[in-house]
Design a protein around this ligand. Structure first.
Ligand code: GLA
Length: 745
């Protein structure tokens, strides 16, 4: 059925991909390249849109055809621009050839339109479960000189304003070439009237929202660290200056990749905006021998005419249902207790069981043993790479400990950092050449550790072997997969000089390979990705691990910004969020226990502390929190999420999740600092059924959905001044969860 939603008009050589929300129109230009005609809200299909190829003679321009002073690629909006001819902007593809030339000229050859969506071998990508969920257009082009074939894949999803794109280059010639740039996605938009929004920050303050208007020149975010990075998430939004959470045009761009990437907007001299998304060309050089092919990662663009919330919800639906996979994809996530902030490296088997037993008593379902259980690991100088239990601390091994935890009636989870090695380890002593290091250069460390060369199959095999042994011999239900340093001196002893530009990408392919093997061999194990918190929180890993530890910063106030920013692209079910101890270990702030939980509910939820250390009163509260989460986690994690008030714009944050049947809604309200004698406040809700009558379980009052969405939910704080008798005084870092239930349920 959705095959019909990709039309090809033979006479004008025009492709129109469309659904209810989106139209995307491409044509074959007179030189055989692809022109970009329209990307935006759905418009009627018709035979001829070629009037949109605007041409004009302009001074200081280079033209393709002699005798013609109009056709210059510099002034034409394209789909996958090449380097070095009449277009002086940054290209989507640049290929170094045997004779030193970097020019290419990809001309349309043929196309196919099919239902569904093909998998990308070795790479994470969105997928379909039924053919009518999407339609895919594959356009083949060829460069006549090098005989390189370029296949551009476009998938439009039924009913979603989402388009997935990737490129495949096949060397059908007789000489090797070097791919220097091979982007996943390129799009030329006709104007520059956008605000660029990115999710940036640092370790412990990931994915903060930053906005800048576009202007002539280049704006980019990228990573050259070997991971997608804490600094810039591989995601970017262009929004019209007047767009808000609830209205206006926005375009979101997301790369399904975990390594070096670049997302760039180049505004040219005539205000055309070129977006390119893909592997970072800096440091990239992929040798393509005759007969070989190279598949780029996939990029996803979401268009919404209805503001940021709608864009985010589209990403959430697509990534939660058709990027994440496996047993845990649609299942509410277990409430866990992780021992890291409770003990750090200082634990014994009995101590762990003591923490787990208390957690069990409170209702926790999964106990996770973090760093420090293996090899000679008693600090961060030793042990990484030796994935077998430290018998001094765990005399009965992981098998014995996991049995004791299961005997308590809980599941057991374990931390690994598979890609790393300490020099003080058996693995390094046996294979000192297995780390990424450049001959003749100093090899830098990060946290005293070195990066294993995951571009080599024997290295990945060896780590797989150790992990497989532990997993098969013990009762392990969950794995936290960490990655605690960025890559330096990237060079593989196993590759020749002219293939060293491949190492960063081959490394990530090795990571994906290990993930694929483990998730296939242990399909019921829940994987959580982590990289010093959120250093590799990206769509690539979501394909293997349906949740990720969002940040090492577990402070509730800091988490408001981190989780709010993360929600721009990533589903709530993917956001690892825990309650931790006070004073907080990252910012030393004291926040009320209920606020810590009220923030963590909008995520996977768990505890990062030793519950034995809490007074009885707080333990009672913890039990209530866990009971609450069990009752509502399905809605919190899988409902429709709306951002209502931004922590980046004021003292208050508000967000909410609504059940699919709209009968239950949970509103999280958070205030950083208390004020005195403050105004009455209310907040307009979203996503309710206007005709349903909801009971506010907090106040006992009833309201129509339209009342709550238009008039608003009263959030006034009666204690900001005098405290009325019978009420509790609220201080700084206050928060509330409002539960709204439709009357008939
Ligand atoms: C990283 C993780 C933490 C913890 C430590 C253990 O920093 O983000 O959650 O697992 O490593 O060393």
């Amino acid at each position: 059925m959705y095959k019909m939603n990709i039309r090809f008009h033979e006479t004008t050589k025009t492709f129109h991909l469309f659904n209810d929300r989106l139209s995307y129109i491409i044509c074959v230009l007179e030189n055989g390249h692809l022109g970009q005609l329209y990307c935006g809200k759905r418009i009627h299909d018709k035979e001829d849109f070629t009037y949109l190829v605007e041409k004009a003679p302009r001074p200081m321009t280079s033209y393709v055809y002699e005798g013609d002073r109009t056709f210059s690629l510099e002034h034409i909006r394209q789909e996958y621009p090449v380097y070095g001819s009449t277009d002086y902007r940054h290209p989507a593809v640049e290929i170094l050839q045997e004779n030193g030339s970097r020019i290419s000229d990809f001309r349309y050859v043929s196309h196919t339109i099919s239902e569904g969506k093909p998998l990308l071998p070795g790479l994470p990508a969105t997928y379909t479960e039924a053919d009518d969920e999407a339609a895919t257009l594959c356009i083949a082009l060829k460069d006549p000189v090098t005989q390189i074939r370029l296949e551009l894949l476009y998938t439009i999803f039924a009913g979603e304003g989402a388009l997935a794109r990737s490129a495949r280059l096949v060397n059908e010639g007789s000489l090797p070439v070097h791919l220097l740039t091979a982007m996943s996605f390129s799009l030329d938009l006709p104007d520059k009237d956008y605000v660029w929004m990115q999710l940036s920050g640092a370790w412990a303050r990931e994915r903060h929202i930053k906005n800048r208007p576009l202007e002539q020149g280049i704006l980019a975010i990228d990573s050259m660290r070997g991971n997608s990075s804490h600094e810039h998430n591989p995601f970017m939004v262009l929004k019209r200056p007047s767009a808000t959470e609830t209205q206006g045009e926005v375009l979101g761009f997301s790369l399904i990749y975990s390594g070096n990437y670049r997302i760039q907007a180049e505004v040219d001299t005539h205000d055309t905006t070129r977006i390119t998304v893909g592997i970072n060309p800096s440091g990239f050089d992929w040798k393509l021998e005759p007969g070989e092919n190279f598949q780029t990662p996939e990029a996803v663009m979401v268009y919404s005419a209805n503001g940021l919330n709608d864009m985010s919800q589209t990403f959430h639906r697509l990534y939660r249902r058709r990027l994440a996979r496996g047993y845990w994809r649609d299942r509410p996530r277990p409430i866990l207790n992780n021992n890291w902030e409770a003990t750090y490296f200082d634990f014994t088997e009995d101590r762990l069981v003591e923490i787990a037993a208390k957690a069990k008593e409170c209702g926790v379902e999964l106990f996770v043993l973090d760093d420090g259980w293996f090899g000679e690991r008693s600090n961060d100088y030793a042990g990484l790479g030796d994935w077998f239990a430290n018998k001094d601390r765990l005399p009965n091994g992981i098998a014995g400990l996991s049995q004791r935890i299961e005997a308590l009636g809980m599941k057991f989870g374990l931390w690994f950092e598979p890609e790393m090695v300490n020099k003080d380890s058996d693995l390094y002593r046996a294979h000192p050449d297995w780390i990424l290091q450049t001959p003749g250069r100093r090899t830098s460390h990060g946290r005293n550790q070195f990066v294993l060369d995951f571009s080599r199959k024997e290295v990945v095999d060896c780590i797989y072997g150790m992990m497989e042994t532990i997993l098969s011999q013990s009762k392990i239900s969950y794995i936290k997969w960490d990655m605690n340093r960025s890559i330096t001196e990237c060079y593989s002893a196993a590759l020749p000089a002219d293939r060293q530009g491949e190492v960063f990408h081959r490394y990530i392919l090795g990571v994906y390979d290990l993930y694929e093997r483990l998730t296939s061999a242990f399909p019921h194990v829940l994987f959580e990705s982590c990289a010093s918190g959120g250093g590799r929180f990206d769509p690539g890993l979501l394909y293997y691990a349906p949740q990720g530890w969002a940040s090492d910063d577990s402070d509730a106030v800091e988490r408001l910004k981190i989780q709010y920013g993360t929600s721009m692209c990533y589903p709530i079910s993917s956001i690892g969020s825990h309650v931790s101890v006070c004073p907080n270990h990252q910012v030393f702030r004291q926040t009320p226990l209920h606020t810590r939980a009220n923030v963590a509910y909008f995520g996977t939820f768990g505890y990062e502390l030793d519950l034995n250390g809490l007074p009885e009163e707080e333990l009672r509260e913890v039990k209530e929190q866990i009971a609450f989460m069990k009752e509502y986690r399905e809605i919190l994690q899988f409902g429709t999420f709306y951002r209502l008030k931004s922590p980046f714009e004021g003292n208050e944050t508000v967000w909410m999740s609504v059940s699919d049947d709209k009968k239950t809604a949970l509103v999280g309200w958070y205030r950083v600092l208390n004020g005195v004698n403050m105004p009455y406040t209310r907040v307009q809700l979203q996503g309710l059924n206007p005709d349903m009558v909801y009971t506010n379980l907090r106040s006992g009052t009833t309201h129509y959905g339209d009342e709550l969405m238009n008039l608003g939910l009263l959030t006034s704080d009666a204690t900001s001044g005098e405290v009325p008798s019978g009420e509790k005084a609220c201080g700084d870092f206050e928060s509330r969860i409002y539960i709204l239930k439709a009357k008939e349920c």
